[in-house]
Design a binder for this molecule. Structure first.
Ligand SMILES: [Zn+2]
Length: 111
Protein backbone atom coordinates (compact mmCIF):
# COMPACT_ATOMS: atom_id res chain seq x y z
CA UNK A 1 0.00 0.00 0.00
CA UNK A 2 1.94 3.04 -1.20
CA UNK A 3 -0.48 5.36 0.57
CA UNK A 4 1.41 4.69 3.81
CA UNK A 5 4.60 6.27 2.47
CA UNK A 6 2.69 9.18 0.97
CA UNK A 7 0.92 9.77 4.27
CA UNK A 8 4.21 9.74 6.19
CA UNK A 9 5.51 12.44 3.86
CA UNK A 10 2.40 14.56 4.29
CA UNK A 11 2.45 14.21 8.06
CA UNK A 12 6.12 15.14 8.31
CA UNK A 13 5.74 18.16 6.01
CA UNK A 14 2.73 19.44 7.96
CA UNK A 15 4.31 18.72 11.35
CA UNK A 16 7.41 20.66 10.35
CA UNK A 17 5.38 23.61 9.10
CA UNK A 18 3.28 23.60 12.27
CA UNK A 19 6.41 23.66 14.47
CA UNK A 20 5.08 22.32 17.75
CA UNK A 21 1.54 23.65 17.45
CA UNK A 22 -1.40 21.27 17.31
CA UNK A 23 -2.94 20.88 13.89
CA UNK A 24 -6.71 20.94 13.67
CA UNK A 25 -7.34 20.36 9.98
CA UNK A 26 -5.41 19.48 6.86
CA UNK A 27 -6.80 19.82 3.37
CA UNK A 28 -5.32 17.83 0.54
CA UNK A 29 -5.92 18.07 -3.15
CA UNK A 30 -5.50 14.81 -5.01
CA UNK A 31 -5.57 14.43 -8.76
CA UNK A 32 -8.00 11.76 -9.94
CA UNK A 33 -5.26 10.18 -12.02
CA UNK A 34 -2.78 9.89 -9.17
CA UNK A 35 -3.85 6.33 -8.27
CA UNK A 36 -4.10 7.32 -4.61
CA UNK A 37 -7.18 5.98 -2.83
CA UNK A 38 -8.66 8.66 -0.55
CA UNK A 39 -10.09 5.99 1.79
CA UNK A 40 -6.67 4.39 2.16
CA UNK A 41 -5.10 7.77 2.80
CA UNK A 42 -7.65 8.50 5.54
CA UNK A 43 -6.88 5.19 7.18
CA UNK A 44 -3.12 5.71 6.99
CA UNK A 45 -3.48 9.24 8.33
CA UNK A 46 -5.09 7.98 11.53
CA UNK A 47 -2.24 5.53 12.04
CA UNK A 48 0.65 7.79 11.05
CA UNK A 49 -0.57 10.90 12.89
CA UNK A 50 -0.69 9.14 16.26
CA UNK A 51 1.75 10.77 18.67
CA UNK A 52 2.39 13.75 16.38
CA UNK A 53 0.95 17.28 16.41
CA UNK A 54 -1.49 16.01 13.79
CA UNK A 55 -3.12 13.48 16.07
CA UNK A 56 -6.89 13.97 15.99
CA UNK A 57 -6.73 16.43 13.11
CA UNK A 58 -9.39 16.29 10.42
CA UNK A 59 -8.14 15.22 7.03
CA UNK A 60 -10.08 16.74 4.18
CA UNK A 61 -9.51 15.34 0.72
CA UNK A 62 -10.57 17.12 -2.42
CA UNK A 63 -10.34 15.14 -5.63
CA UNK A 64 -9.62 17.17 -8.69
CA UNK A 65 -10.20 16.03 -12.25
CA UNK A 66 -7.24 15.86 -14.54
CA UNK A 67 -6.93 18.25 -17.42
CA UNK A 68 -5.84 17.62 -20.94
CA UNK A 69 -5.76 19.41 -24.25
CA UNK A 70 -6.98 17.70 -27.38
CA UNK A 71 -4.26 17.67 -30.01
CA UNK A 72 -6.84 17.49 -32.80
CA UNK A 73 -9.28 20.28 -31.98
CA UNK A 74 -7.53 22.13 -29.16
CA UNK A 75 -10.39 21.71 -26.67
CA UNK A 76 -9.82 21.48 -22.94
CA UNK A 77 -10.85 18.03 -21.71
CA UNK A 78 -11.56 17.01 -18.12
CA UNK A 79 -10.15 13.62 -17.23
CA UNK A 80 -12.02 11.57 -14.68
CA UNK A 81 -10.26 8.39 -15.63
CA UNK A 82 -7.06 7.56 -17.46
CA UNK A 83 -8.68 6.76 -20.79
CA UNK A 84 -11.00 9.45 -22.04
CA UNK A 85 -11.85 10.85 -25.41
CA UNK A 86 -12.47 14.42 -26.42
CA UNK A 87 -15.98 15.42 -27.47
CA UNK A 88 -14.65 15.49 -31.05
CA UNK A 89 -13.89 11.77 -30.74
CA UNK A 90 -10.13 12.10 -30.62
CA UNK A 91 -8.11 10.18 -28.06
CA UNK A 92 -4.97 12.10 -28.84
CA UNK A 93 -4.94 14.06 -25.61
CA UNK A 94 -2.05 15.91 -24.06
CA UNK A 95 -2.39 15.49 -20.31
CA UNK A 96 -1.49 18.60 -18.35
CA UNK A 97 -2.58 17.72 -14.83
CA UNK A 98 -4.26 15.07 -12.75
CA UNK A 99 -1.49 13.38 -10.81
CA UNK A 100 -0.88 16.07 -8.26
CA UNK A 101 -1.00 15.67 -4.53
CA UNK A 102 -0.95 19.04 -2.82
CA UNK A 103 -1.33 20.16 0.74
CA UNK A 104 -3.77 23.00 0.13
CA UNK A 105 -4.45 24.22 3.63
CA UNK A 106 -3.62 23.53 7.21
CA UNK A 107 -5.35 24.94 10.22
CA UNK A 108 -3.64 25.18 13.58
CA UNK A 109 -5.28 24.89 16.96
CA UNK A 110 -5.69 28.41 18.36
CA UNK A 111 -3.03 29.00 20.99
ZN1 LIG B 1 -10.96 17.24 -29.69
Amino acid sequence: MHEMGITRNIVSIVAEAAKSQKVRRVKLEIGKLSAVMPEALMFCFDVVSKGTVLEGATLEIVEVAGKAICRDCGANVELHQIVTACTCGSRDLKRISGEELNIKEMELEAA
